[in-house]
Design a protein around this ligand. Sequence first.
Ligand code: C2E
Ligand code: MG
Ligand code: MG
Length: 478
Amino acid sequence: MSWNWVAIPAEDKSYGFARDISDRKQVEEQLLYSAFYDSLTDLPNRAFFMERLQTALHRAQREEGPPFAILFIDLDQFKVVNDSLGHLAGDQLLTQVGLQLRQCIRSRDTVARLGGDEFAMLLENIQHPENAIPIAERIQEKLSQPFSLHEQELVTSASIGIAFSHDQTTGQPYASLTDLLRDADIAMYRAKQQGKACYAIFDNRMHDTVLTRLPLEMDLRRAIDRSELFLCYQPILSLQSGKLKGFEALLRWTHPVKGFISPGDFIPIAEETGLIVPIGIWVLQTACQQLRQWQLEKVVGEDVKISVNVAGRQFAQNDLVEQIQQILQAADLPPENLCIEVTESAIAENLNAVIEKLNALKAIGVQISIDDFGTGHSSLSRLQSLPVHTIKVDRSFVHNMDRRQQNREFVRAIVNFAHSLGMNVVAEGIETVEQQLMLQAFCSEYGQGYLFAHPMKREDVVNWLRSATPDTPEALHK
Ligand code: C2E
Ligand code: MG
Ligand code: MG
């Protein structure tokens, strides 16, 4: 903050002096305010909170004060609001959340905004960590009531981590503020992992899982630059003719120390941290360029498609459609050769934003598949209104088809249902000839699975193509 000094005329010294004092007082008050309060929400800020917390911890350590609890409150998917409705709407939401949080505490407690979408509470005189639960529940309830932003109604939720001033096993207060804050953060992290609108009380066992996850997150941030990520390609074949329909691009990570890390382990981290956005763009670019290269080398026909998985989080990017268009142009690949795979749960999470973008992608010629179909509780009536070309039946249903009647009937019903909507079906995870024959009998158009080929590195794809396809459907008869 700059200090504007104004010279006062000599004949009016006394007035000037008085004004000088009141101006100075005002500026001092302002400085004090901005040092300890957050100007957006008017709540105490991080510095204020830390001071209060330090005092409470000192008193607990000297046995002069009662035990207490702290709550770390992090809004779920705040970034989506910011990205889709704009920063102004994001600010309004934070202000309204601040007002709601104030209503959840008692007069002796403190609620603060730590920064971004993170808030914290200090609950004084709490005899047992469980006594903080009703407050966490009250917060969830308050946040679940609709907020109105720009004539739109919006509900939000938060993940809440709870830490208690005293170790539960030794009964001793924390030795340092840093440790207490770290454990509240770990509990919050755990709550986030459990899903939206959850809370978790810190427990010593949480340390281990977080200690393995955090370094992974940091390494993942560097993985693109260090070229540790690469794609494998798994063929998708016509079950009727054995012809190659396309490839699904599947992401792989070779960690410099830990070696191969499965996508099941790192994609959820990439989604949670937002890293999936730059990674997803890289996947789209690499996959489109690769297919174009194979086309130019006449390794595959012009009608072969490349399927790319796009995570729910990527649909929150306002310019996703433009980015995909640019990637296609840069790779010189027709949009009809690209197929976007999106899961049912990603659609359900952010219905309107996803449908809008899928419609725009379909309009420019890009193909759309629903991935892992059958696992995401999508309502069948909703499916009717989605701009989808293909349904991919989840491999968990295909897996036991030859042994379990129930799975078999389910798959048959999905195929019939998809056909009634004019959609094609890809059956995922075909591992046995029996499964393949059943799917052929059900008239599923396409199939993908270890029976035909595992996901392969790009250099292995060419050899596989030479031995198995396009017109010699040996893969189907292996
Ligand atoms: P998905 O999109 O359903 O991909 C199919 C998964 O099934 C792949 O696992 C593939 O290796 C596996 N699979 C194929 N055939 C068989 C089979 O016969 N038996 C069995 N047991 N499995 C089979 P993968 O490569 O481990 O990928 C797992 C998931 O990670 C993918 O499931 C997808 O959801 C996600 N994923 C992979 N790459 C990306 C990516 O680039 N972006 C995003 N957002 N997600 C990705
Ligand atoms: Mg997929
Ligand atoms: Mg799948």
